[in-house]
Ligand binder design. Structure first.
Ligand code: FES
Length: 99
């Protein structure tokens, strides 16, 4: 179900914002004008991915530095591990997430 997650101006280019939808924390990222949403809770030990550094489409978990591609949710540190990814769309000034 599509739900409002944030305003477009709340997520900076190359940055992130953590939002809560249905009591689950979701990390929103903006890369080259496009928005991506993945589970904020790192598969490893629960680190906050939305607080990690973003390099291109790859975010580094701030706790133990696992890398994830935010466009797919795929972990680059441990092949086969994948963060849940959510569809994102923009309507006017709103970022909507299908969660
Ligand atoms: S909790 Fe994310 S790398 Fe360990």
């Amino acid at each position: 179900m599509w739900q409002k997650a944030a305003k477009v101006n709340e997520v900076a280019e190359g940055g992130a914002k953590v939002v809560e939808i249905n009591n689950q924390p979701i990390a929103l990222f903006k890369v080259e004008g496009a928005f991506y949403a993945i589970d904020n809770v790192c598969h490893h030990r629960g680190g906050p991915l939305g607080e990690g550094a973003l390099d291109g489409t790859v975010v580094t978990c701030p706790w133990h530095a696992w890398n994830y591609d935010v466009t797919t949710g795929e972990c680059q540190t441990v092949p086969g591990v994948k963060q849940k990814r959510f569809p994102v769309k923009v309507e006017g000034e709103d970022i909507l997430v299908d969660a």
